[in-house]
Ligand binder design. Structure first.
Ligand code: DGT
Ligand code: CA
Ligand code: CA
Ligand code: ZN
Length: 569
């Protein structure tokens, strides 16, 4: 679902950054950032609607967006891009280097990338320059290292948007085009995007690729392979492959490297050779056109990309015991969503209409509870919302509306409301939103207390990580999952891509211990409902089947599990 909104928002964010770097007024910087956020969360596609209807978008910003929609950029952005090279923008991501110093290094010394800065420091070119003492230089080198190691990876939401944009922009110049690599395996973070294409005129395709508006830097240009860095800072490798080896190339470049090593062993055992061009017996091609043929020739069914991590999938496939992983189509509902009653930006009516359009058979509204004080929730407001939901239900005979709430797990494991109030909700999600740095013992006890609460159904975004921003909390997860399994408490897979929480390795551990899961969007705006595909990716990477995921179940099975069935006393 690549919408014009996201592209326009990204352009405005980039503009805000550049504007700040070139000494722009802080108030205006903030107004661009706010407008970007409002546009990306706006339910209507601005390419067909009117951007002036988005709150916080005034005339000046609307003009820029309109120009962007017409030609993929706007004059003021072009101006600033011309003044600040992409590499200089990347320099501002070095932890100890602010925008002012980055611009200074560029204009005074011609340093135009983090790599160039590292070389300049090591060559002693900064010695004696005011503001760059030995200690500062040391910190900068450390920061450049950090940037290379971690900052280079982005979360799956960013990578998917980039990949879909690249594919849409080149589909006219290709016979076939698709992405492979870690993104196809749906890892929660992606180092670079690997795109494969079949093209009648490879040089023309590469030329068109280099000229796309999302290209900030060309890293390597060739007729078979071109690598660029996008304006979002992500590297994309485009490879042209022969049409007859499409399947072999997809298999090879999807990886993982470790999975490919296993597969190649199978080929070698049979006296064959497997490469990105095909499976060969000497010069004879055994299979190359499709992935299915290759796996079949090696004696196993096609293995879904999300399972290709050398986690026992090859042995399972050879024995015919590969589980059928849950798919997006299997989801019958969403059990964690917000409205503008708390921090969502769409109304109850709008969210429910969008959920119905997805064909769900049930949908839970779970606005925050009173303990998250800034949300200003009260019991009165919650009960009022319950009545609105009951009235709205008549309009959706095919979809059951569930009135839920997202509780806050306090430092001691207590939640907002007493059990008798909670019993009035159809479903409760309980999550940690503060006191992230408690000791392992305290955090473990906190989660266990929440699991022990008979009115807590689901633990929301359990590790509370935000990729690239906030680490996971420290807990004895095995102990938490054991208690969750014993009490029937469900662990959430929060599909919001910068959360991706639980991550797949912890899902695998929890499944092993007998825990059930709920794949939820945690939507705060209509476009977020579509994030469920990322949660499904996590579930597949952990080999979950529909039996493990409660929101694939029919309504009556779900309600019975939650203690809200017909037989409720
Ligand atoms: P990333 O980009 O770090 O998120 O992870 P990947 O898995 O996309 O890794 P990348 O981009 O280096 O390579 C893409 C795929 O190409 C990788 O998953 C497997 C394949 N590949 C690349 N280099 C090798 C290699 O030296 N040996 C084998 N067997 N496969 C390779
Ligand atoms: Ca990659
Ligand atoms: Ca790559
Ligand atoms: Zn939350």
């Amino acid at each position: 679902m690549a919408r014009a909104n996201d592209d326009a928002a990204a352009a405005l964010e980039e503009y805000a950054d550049l504007f700040a770097m070139t000494g722009g007024d802080a108030f205006r910087v903030r107004s661009y950032q706010k407008a970007a956020k409002a546009i990306s969360g706006h339910p209507e596609d601005i390419a067909t609607g009117d951007v002036r209807k988005v709150p916080g978008v005034g005339e000046a910003i609307a003009k820029k967006v309109e120009e962007f929609l017409q030609r993929g950029s706007f004059r003021q952005l072009d101006d600033l891009r011309g003044r600040v090279p992409a590499g200089v923008r990347r320099m501002t991501r070095i932890p100890s280097l602010g925008p002012k110093k980055a611009i200074f290094l560029f204009t005074e010394l011609g340093i135009d990338s983090p790599e160039a800065l590292g070389e300049a420091i090591r060559a002693g070119r900064l010695t004696g320059i005011r503001g760059f003492g030995a200690k500062t230089e040391e910190n900068l080198l450390k920061g450049i290292d950090q940037l290379e190691q971690s900052g280079a990876r982005v979360h799956i939401g960013v990578a998917t948007d980039v990949a879909e944009k690249v594919i849409a922009s080149l589909s006219g110049a290709t016979e076939r085009i698709a992405y492979a690599g870690s993104l196809r395996r749906m890892k929660d973070t992606v180092g670079d995007v690997d795109v494969l294409a079949v093209a009648g005129d490879p040089p023309a395709l590469m030329e068109s690729f280099r000229a796309q508006p999302y290209v900030a830097e060309v890293i390597a240009a060739g007729d078979k392979k071109t690598s660029i860095r996008t304006t979002a800072g992500l590297q994309v490798d485009l490879r042209v492959v022969p049409a007859e080896s499409w399947g072999a190339a997809m298999q090879y470049f999807t990886g993982s490297k470790e999975h490919n090593v296993r597969i190649r062993e199978m080929a070698v055992k049979k006296g064959w050779k497997l490469s990105e061009y095909g499976l060969f017996d000497g010069d004879r091609v055994i299979a190359s056109r499709t992935e299915e043929e290759i796996y079949e020739a090696l004696g196993m069914p096609w293995i879904p990309p999300t399972m290709r991590e050398d986690g026992g999938e090859v042995a399972a496939a050879l024995k015919g015991e590969l589980p059928v992983p849950v798919t997006l189509e299997d989801l019958r509902g969403d059990l964690h969503t917000h409205t503008d009653l708390t921090d969502g930006i769409a109304s109850l009516e709008e969210m429910v209409a969008a959920a119905a359009a997805l064909g769900y058979s049930y949908y839970a509204i779970t606005d925050h509870a009173p303990d998250l004080v800034m949300q200003r929730m009260t019991l009165e407001k919650a009960l009022d919302q319950r009545e609105r939901i009951a009235r709205l239900q008549d309009r959706y005979p095919g979809m059951r509306l569930l009135h839920g709430t997202e509780l806050n797990i306090g430092p001691d494991g207590a939640v907002d409301w007493p059990e008798e109030v909670l019993a009035g909700f159809d479903v409760t999600v309980a999550s940690v939103h503060s006191h992230f740095t408690q000791s392992r013992a305290e955090m473990t006890a906190r989660f266990i207390a929440a699991c022990d609460n008979p009115q807590v159904h689901i633990i929301g975004h359990p590790t509370t990580r935000k990729i690239g921003k906030r680490p996971q909390v420290d807990a004895d997860w095995e102990a938490v999952f054991r208690r969750a399994a014993a009490t029937g408490t469900v662990m959430e897979i929060d599909s919001y891509p910068d959360r991706s929480d639980l991550p797949a390795d912890l899902v695998r551990l929890a499944r092993h211990l007998g825990v059930k899961f709920s794949i939820d969007s945690d939507s705060h705006a209509i476009p977020h409902l579509a994030n469920q595909r990322y949660g499904v990716g996590i579930a597949q990477r952990a080999w979950l089947t529909t039996d493990d995921v409660i929101n694939t179940w029919p309504l009556d099975r779900l309600l019975t599990y939650l203690g809200r069935g017909q037989d409720r006393v």
